[in-house]
Design a protein around this ligand. Sequence first.
Ligand code: CTP
Length: 215
Amino acid sequence: MKVLVTAGPTREAIDPVRFVSNRSSGKMGYAVAAAARERGHAVSLVSGPVALESPRGVDVVRVTTAEEMLAAVKKRVRGCDLLVMAAAVADWRPKKTAARKLKKSAGPPRIEWVATPDILRTIAPLKKPSQTFCGFAAETDGLAREARRKLREKNLDAIAANDVSKTDRGFEADRNALAVFFADGRALRIGLATKKKCAAALLRALEEISARKKM
Ligand code: CTP
């Protein structure tokens, strides 16, 4: 299969030295890309700014902002069989980026925020019946309810929800536990394990969905 994966956070600039972002380390998305490559797929990885080495044999495209990630995904999504959106896209950006460093002496800045594009919602209308799209859901509350809402609203085939309120899993950790919800109502629990193991288990399930679509 041709697999497209996104990983890491995005960064939205406030001024030349400051930005707003989130705690995503990119480890989960990189593990998905590496596992997909190991399982024999052709893999492209659109990555936000992370401190990780490119997985071997994976075509890596580096981006910074949500807008840049959207453009990179749009360019590659048409040709892919499977999309896994593991990136933690920043939901807001400052309306204006200051051209010069904001000086502390001017006091705390009043920043006007605007929404960044929702990448999955934007590309949902482009999705072909033969394609499989999987999102991730980072939740602190109402994990199943929120994940199922995103599955439906973003027209996904599957969504992998993780609890980001604990320190032993999720953001920055080397391990994760996933609750995967599918469009047909099924659910799959992947218990606390290395992100590598979680990624392999998730891919097995997504390969099955993709194969069924192509029968
Ligand atoms: N996502 C996206 N574009 C955004 C934000 C999120 O494509 N601007 C994708 C993520 O990559 C993920 C899924 O949507 O696959 C869910 O992301 P999440 O941050 O959990 O949810 P949000 O849509 O931001 O919703 P909420 O703020 O209500 O949790």
